[in-house]
Write a protein that binds this ligand. Sequence first.
Ligand code: GAL
Length: 659
Amino acid sequence: MPTKSFFHGADWNPEQWPEPVWAQDLALMREARVTAATVGVFSWSRLEPSPGVYDFGWLDRVLDGLHAHGIDAVLATPTASPPPWFTQAHPDALALRRDGVRLVHGSRDTYCVNAPAYRAASLGIASALAERYARHPAVRLWHVHNEYGTWCFCDHCARAFRGWLRERHGTLDALNDAWTTDFWSQRYADWAQVLPPRATQYLGNPAQELDYRRFLSDRMLAAYTAQRDAIKQVAPQAQVTTNFVLGGWVPVDHARWSTEVDLVAIDHYPSSLDGAPAQSAFAADAARGWSAAAGRGGRWLLMEHAPAHVTEDGVQRRKPPGMLARIALAHIARGSAGAMYFQWRASAGGAEQWHSALVGHAGPDTRTYREFRALGENLATEGRAPSYRSAYRKVPFPTDDACAAGDAEVHEAGCGDVAVWFDEVCGWGVGASHLPAPVDYQGIVEDWHRALWLRGHHVDVVPPAATLAGYRVLVVPAAYLLSDESARSLDEYVHEGGHLVVTYLSGIVDEHLRVRGGGYPGALRDLLGIRVEEFDPLPPGAVVTLDTGDVATGWTEHLTAPRAAVLARYPDGRPAVTRREYGAGVAYYVSCALDEASTARLLEGICAAAGASPIVPGLPDGVEAVHTPDGVWLFNHTDEPHEVAGRQLPPGAVARLAD
Ligand code: GAL
């Protein structure tokens, strides 16, 4: 049945409402052709009102109700928000902030992932849910926890951190070396002296900070896999995931986690209304890239996004008419198995009572609900949604073989022309380091992605583990931290014929944030045929015009180009942008932060030389083109009509080019 093919639904919190409202909700869901509802995300205090005492009656009725209405459940484990009885009994399991303040319950995510009591209690509730519901016919997907990413600096963490460090570094000498502890007299003489990076007098140790993020990521992953394995022990065929939240503040290495989930799932909340289409495309391309590199076939799911608004500088800006469906379909075109929302019904009270919902405080008679219902009708109609891979309609979850085959499909689908390198661990390294100027790693990566997106390229966002062969152009922006292995794979990529664009601040430090000497970028100097002597960041607002007319902002460098041709020079004649032929390929170096127009010009030339063509040439600004096996889909994100390849696109339209 086609209505089952896409995930079309939302987080549903029936425990916040009397049961007669559930019946209304289910009827409305059916009317809107909802295929899936996420339930139980924050229900721990209802499911286990006191230690070891479970109340599953209400969830039985919720799941039965969903099933009776032909709606699948995405069943969550509620471990992101332990109940008050838990924290009262185990004060040591409350999160300790960096500055030593012990948090108390009253919000959510107030727990220490390394506290034995927390781990035991969360495994307890997850196992109890698995026992009861693993074979429930409504359950299509398990959603462990919610947006892992909680920080803690307590003594449980300190102990576990030491154990993790011993495994990673082996000896204290190796740790001292990796963390450069001779700087500021930090040399450790005993493991007991090693602490989490708690509040200290002045700048902390960047390598310690980076290892702590890696450690938290690994520990949270272990907490996730423990729950996943408990579920699979009861139901080996169960499909299990957790919802990733993107953002540099989260100590979770999503590329690595993607190998442990059955379906990569992300939540996405853009930070500006006008920027939402480009930001959504970036997040979607990143999710697809994680999935493909993890052998999951490029398949992924948008688990949450906001129905009616985008929060911009603290202001909830309403989505204009049509945007709800357009953004959902754009995600689906980029490989999502559907588009889920947070949330179904707006809460009457509680911290997020003003968050938008599909059914708002006014009830279903609103533009948002009507648009959502129309989207449901669209998705339920075979052939009217841009399916990234038509197999989605038939096979809810690919087998391992299909995943392996799917990896190839990502390239075959025409999405393999151009890629942008994105490594969250590198972003952590940038964040931990006291750089010569503030640097927003993800912002820089998104700028390069956006430049390609605006020009109508279908871009893959790839983690370091990705297979690079097959991309005509690969952009590596601000890859400050680059392992030897990554440097080798970039070398091989160019040698084999790839066109590599490396930007300033790439290849500077190793995985312990130690500078690679001899001239920047130590890891890529030979490949690029250049040598950077010094950085020369610009003050805010300053610009430098290159001899090509291109404009540099923010960052410049002093470099020589002993083995590369110079494509653009700074006013004093020094090289700014270089090009080196290497093996069968070409390696470009961009030593400055170019403005948007200059970036676009540069990329246009590089892509043309590499034979990487836009999906649709000459795309107007704000019109998005996505290449799917169902053909090219166009999304007019503007409120103007446009003509694209002979096709009239009314304002806000979504259309297939061939139709
Ligand atoms: C998500 C979270 C949801 C809800 C939402 C609000 O990050 O998973 O529970 O808080 O944000 O935008």
